[in-house]
Design a binder for this molecule. Sequence first.
Ligand code: PBE
Length: 267
Amino acid sequence: SKDGSIGDQLSYTITGIDAGAGIMAATEEAIEEYGLEGYTLQTSSSAAMTAALAAAYEKEEAIVVTGWTPHWKFAKYDLKYLEDPKGVFGASESIHTIARIGLDADHPSAYEVLDNFYWDQADMGEIMVAVNEGADPVDAAADWVANNQDKVSQWTDGVAHVDGDKLTLTFVAWDSEIASTHMIGKVLEDIGYDVELVSLEAAGMWTAVATGSADALVAAWLPGTHAVYYEDYKEDFIDLGVNLEGAGIGLVVPAYMDITSIEDLNN
Ligand code: PBE
């Protein structure tokens, strides 16, 4: 009998996020690779996932979520990644900035700032935590920019200001990308752009930059998480390189759960 098994405690459910996220495809692969029989990956949203995590954590109940770093949940709760001996979730990831073809000619100042943009997990974390604590992302991003002019000026020094040129950044409403996109949007506004932030599903985000309907995204998780999108469109965008290092994805559980590996989900 499976009574009291880990699977029973979890109702054989892995709490996921939006369907287009790379971590969802990786989790389906993990279910396959680890033979997690009977498990269902629940599609929801970044916000619904963290709400489910909060509710379970409060009651010390079992839960397993699709998790990633950087993310404020690790500061707020005592959590752990399940070990992934088969390496389904890949090693360390970097977040890249991707521009549409022609952006360098059309908006050289924006292109240069986007090309220069590079920060670290603690930077992104400050905005994410503020937003989680209730700040409007626009305000949290503006505060970070105001408090980190030394860093921002390394991206903008010598870049010509513009006069209200329209610029569209696209992103998915993942907590990490809400933070980064609002931040760089504010930096671009400060040099004179009229910036619109457009929130889409993952596939739509990549398509928008590949077709030129958006100018750039700062939310490309590589080499693994967004590999499919990257391969699909690699002739149709310019990869401006890494804006954050040491990112990662996996399955995450509260530290009070007595399991350590994805394999233990079968116990
Ligand atoms: N994430 C956050 C995204 C990339 C950024 C890990 C949820 C994904 O899985 O596609």
